[in-house]
Each structure stands twice: as C-alpha cells, then as structure tokens.
Design a protein around this ligand. Structure first.
Ligand code: AMP
Length: 563
C-alpha cells in the first residue's frame, strides 16, 4: 500500500480512509470503534487532550474546556479560545483532531498488520468545502503542519465525493450535481465525469449553513415549549449545562426524525422537568427556510453553470453527500425541483474515500516523476511540464519506470480539473488611463469565480502620478462574478509593492500577472514595462497564524497526550 491517508476534516465529524491492497478506498475506525469521529476537542488539562465522542459527552460538564465547530472559525482573523492557560487558534484546535484521527488510523492499520509496528503515516490529503477561500485553506494546511503531517494537498469536498463516485461503475460520461450538506457547511457543485477525467464545472454554497442550524431550531423550539409547559420566564439557554445537554438531545432527536415521525426530548432545568414531543411535521416547518436557502444557492450555482454551457437538462444524476442529507425532506425537496434521479451516495464516507484516492494518486505521481527523473536525467519540473502539455505519454512513462499503469481503478492519466470558488482581483481606478479624469476605485477581478485551474491572467494598468515611487497592488478575494465590482465586496488577502524607477511620467504602463495554481495558491508578478522592473509575491494570507504562534502550538501538541 501507498503510505497515504485521506482525511475529511468535518465541522461536526471527521473521517479517515486509506487505499487497501486491492485498490479500494476503505474508511478506518477510530479507537472507539466508530467510522467517524466527532470534531470535538476537550482540553482536560494542558497536557491531556481528548478528542471525539468522549469529548462531545464532556461538553455538558466542562463547557469552557470543550471546543466544537472549530471549522466555522478556520482562517478567521483573531479567532482564539483561551483554554487551559493558552490561546488556542482554530489551526491548533484542528491539529488535535487530525492528530487523534491519524494516530488511531495508524494503530488500526498496525493492528491489522497493514503497517509494521512502529511504522507510521504522515502524508495526507485533507478536504475542505469548495467554498473555502485562501485563508481557510491555508489554515487547514497549517493545522496539518502542527499535527506533524505532510499535507500533500487540500482538495474540495464535492470533488472528493465525485472522485469516490467516479471510481464506481461510471464507464460512461455523465454530469452530476453534488449536493453536500454536512454538519456546518453546504456545498453544491456541478461535476462532469468521463472515464478519463473529473472536471468541476461550477461550485457554490455557504460555509455557515449545515446540520447544526437544524439542531439550533430544535433547541429554540424546546426552550419555548419548556416555557409554555412550566410557565417559567427564565432563559434556560443561558445556562451552559442545560444548553450543552440540549445540543446533544436536539441532534439525537433530529437523527431519530430521519427514521420516525416523532422524537421525544427531555429537558431538565434547575430541578424542573419537561418533555417535548417533536413531530417530523413541526421539525420540517421549523427548518423549511434553511432547506430553501440550500435550494436558492443551488439555483444560483446552476445559473453560472448554464452560462458555461451546462444547463439543468444536462444533469444525469444528483448525488447527496454529507450526513445531513439523511433528512428525508431534503430528497423530497430536490425531487420536487429537479427531474434527474436523486441518489444518496455514501453520505458519511464518500469525502474521506475520495481524499484517499487523490492522496494515493498524488503519491503515485511523485514516485513516477522521481523514478523517471533518475532514469532520464530530466528535472521533475521538466517532466511535470511534459505531462501537463501532453508531450509525455504517462502510460509509457509508467511502463518504463516499472510502475503499474492503473492507480486505484483509473488510468494514470485521468485528469482532475478544478475551478476557483472565489474571484481574485486588485483595486484599480475605474478610468484606467488618467486622462479620463474621474478616479473612482473599483475591485478589478483578474480571475473570476468558477474559472478552471490553473488560471492565469495578465493585465495592463497605469501609474497615476508623475514620478511615482511605488505601486501597491492590493489583492482581494470575493464572491462577485463581475469583472468590475465594488471594493467593499472583497476581502483583502495580501499585497505586493512594486518599486518604480525615478522620473516615470503619469500613465506609465505596468503589467500585472495573477497565477492561481491547481492548489488555489496565488502568485502575483508585477512588471514596470518601461525598465522591466519586476516584483513577485506569493500570497501568504493576511490572517495567517504567526510563526511564533505556530511553533508554540507545535510544542504544546508535542507535550500533550492526545486521546
Ligand atoms: P458530516 O459533516 O457530513 O459528517 O455531517 C454531519 C451532520 O449530519 C451532523 O449535523 C449530523 O447531525 C447530521 N446527521 C448525521 N446523521 C443524520 C441523520 N440520520 N439524520 C439527520 N442528520 C444526520
């Protein structure tokens, strides 16, 4: 086996998969015997950290030491939890989840003699919502780094799900709509699968819309019912213990309603008790607007897909992924809206399995390139370019290197094409040449949302003042699909400063190049074209964890026992 793992680092649950000796992706159970691990971290002491179901169950007793839904804060500036004497960033909290799921997986594989005792795995691919921007992706990568992992790549959840699906018996071409409703995020994507490629056409979604909001509606309803039944005017939700208990019972009731028509919920508050009977009908009406929001986002994504030549009629199948799609109202609603058949596809495991497939392919390619480089004397960069341009025949390369020509059921030259989920641009003046007079600032989007990756664009801009010394190129990401957008629609993610030679007149041309690679990393090059002065900048996000915080977090994790 290739020593790689695929990790679905979910808002509510995480899951790990590997590729077994027959080439099939398989989910690995954690040490509690579960296929998915609650993404909940309990800092029992500074050096004792518990992750998963025991942590989730400790939330009622230790609400201040237990952290849930960390993914919702990923990549957010200033997000920290002060727990057990340290300020914990989302990167650090997530690193404990990664540490737990990977070490449990390694132990399980050792137990099954698939790994030798003492042998470990550090190469992983982690998934994130398609909707994640650069800061969130970078934070996910850093979480892996803190956990001591070598993150080969961060890939989109719907792409991973399609990859797992595409490996099934899809021998013909088909267009699928992936509707992925997890615990904290909603992703929707249109994906074109052929026997030799998986191409993401369009993505959309909302990273704060997930099963948790369905739970919250139950909690609010139960609190109102408690007040009605007992006549109490107290806010029972302000009591952390009652709230934590209700969070667990609301989720239990929601899951029960996926199979039955009613679910009982018991409430205890300062010795007073109430029993609330929630029916599926009431639950559906309490949460109808949330479901409608997913439909609205789906329609918006479909409009963009239509503009790229993929109309609704082209959808062959709708795949439901993510634990929350088990709620029967989801299938019903989608069936009402679309005529394509709806299929629930391995809702808890598909994403981790797809990540494992991707990790396996990536590690295979690294091996292929390394072997071929040794044999031919060509550089890895050169070989990658030959593969990308189609100059090299990968099948032949694999034969020469004595490597299999099939990787996990697909041919080695299967192409995986992704799109960017955000637009990237810079602030410019609307009238590009100063002679036009007016100087209104606009967000000029160089690369538009849903453009195929890698994406490159070169654009000419002009200096505004005579003898201008520098030009600051501010880079913003946004969800706007317009080339010229309002600057307030964007979020600044970094900047590059271009030093200019003396004596340039106003209106001197500057060439700016944006290159967004397959992994969503942005590179920027600016050239002053009169004298060919160049600045190159790679975008570290403005909200990235500092080096000092990163090494402190690594030290704390190294000193801790993670259970
Ligand atoms: P995921 O992030 O894909 O693991 O999805 C987790 C979400 O799915 C959580 O909000 C769970 O409460 C929810 N979920 C899991 N099983 C069910 C079920 N049977 N019915 C409704 N929701 C579920």
């Amino acid at each position: 086996m290739n020593r790689v793992l695929g990790i679905d680092l979910g808002t509510t649950y995480s899951c790990v998969a590997y590729i077994d000796s027959s080439g099939k992706p398989v989910v690995i159970k954690n040490s509690e015997g579960e296929l998915t691990t609650p993404s909940v971290v309990f800092f029992e002491s500074p050096t004792n950290v518990v992750v998963g179901t025991p942590a989730k169950e400790s939330a009622t007793l230790y609400p201040d030491e237990v952290i849930s839904f960390v993914k919702n804060r990923m990549g957010q500036a200033g997000a920290v939890w002060n727990v057990q004497g340290a300020e914990r960033t989302p990167e650090e909290v997530s690193s404990y989840i990664l540490k737990k799921v990977v070490s449990d997986a390694v132990k399980a594989l050792q137990g099954e003699n698939k790994l030798a005792p003492g042998e470990t795995i550090t190469d992983v691919v982690i998934t994130c919502p398609a909707y994640f921007g650069i800061a969130e992706r970078e934070a996910t990568r850093k979480a892996g780094e803190i956990a001591g992992l070598n993150v080969l790549n961060i890939i989109n959840e719907p792409t991973a799900a399609a990859l797992a699906y595409g490996l099934g018996d899809v021998n013909e071409e088909r267009v699928v709509l992936v509707y992925d409703l997890g615990g904290g995020t909603f992703d929707v994507a249109m994906i074109h699968i052929t026997p030799s490629s998986i191409k993401v056409i369009c993505t959309g979604g909302d990273h704060s819309l997930g099963g948790k909001l369905w739970d919250d509606r139950i909690i609010e309803y139960v609190a109102q019912e408690f007040a009605r039944q007992t006549g109490s005017t107290e806010d029972i939700l302000s009591d952390p213990e009652t709230f934590q208990e209700l969070m667990l019972s609301a989720e239990r009731a929601k899951k029960m309603l996926s199979a039955r028509d009613r679910a009982p919920i018991a409430v205890n508050y300062k010795g007073e008790r109430a029993r609330v009977e929630l029916t599926r009908e009431v639950f559906d009406s309490l949460t109808e607007d949330l479901l409608e929001r997913t439909m609205l986002l789906t329609r918006q994504m479909l409009e963009e897909a239509a503009a790229k030549g993929y109309s609704i009629e082209r959808i062959d199948e709708i795949l439901l992924v993510g634990g929350s799609t088990r709620m029967p109202q989801i299938t019903r609603r989608i069936q009402k809206e679309f005529s394509a058949p709806v299929k629930m596809f391995d809702p808890d495991e598909a994403v981790a399995k797809g990540a494992a497939i991707y990790a396996n392919r990536q590690s295979y390619f690294a091996q292929l390139i390394e072997k071929t480089a040794q044999e031919t004397g060509k550089s890895p960069k050169e070989l990658r370019e030959e593969i990308r341009s189609g100059k090299a025949d990968i099948q032949e390369m694999a034969r020469q290197a004595n490597l299999p020509t099939d990787v996990v059921g697909a041919s080695v030259d299967m192409n995986i094409v992704n799109v960017t989920s955000r637009s990237f641009g810079t602030i410019a003046f609307k009238s590009v040449t100063p002679q036009d007079g007016e100087q209104e600032e606009v967000l000029f989007n160089m690369i538009l949302k849903n453009t195929e990756l890698p994406a490159r664009r070169v654009q000419e801009f002009y200096t505004v003042a005579p003898n201008q010394k520098t030009v600051t190129i501010r880079v913003l990401e946004s969800l706007s699909s317009e080339e010229m957008a309002d600057p307030c629609e964007g979020t600044e993610i970094g900047e590059a400063v271009l030093e200019l030679p003396d004596g340039l007149p106003a209106g001197s041309p500057l060439q700016i190049e944006f290159l967004l690679n397959e992994n969503g990393l942005l590179e920027l090059t600016a050239t002053e074209t009169t004298h060919h002065q160049e600045v190159r900048a790679r975008f570290e996000t403005a909200d990235a964890i500092s080096e000092a915080d990163l090494s402190a977090a690594k030290q704390r994790l190294a000193d801790a026992m993670v259970l």
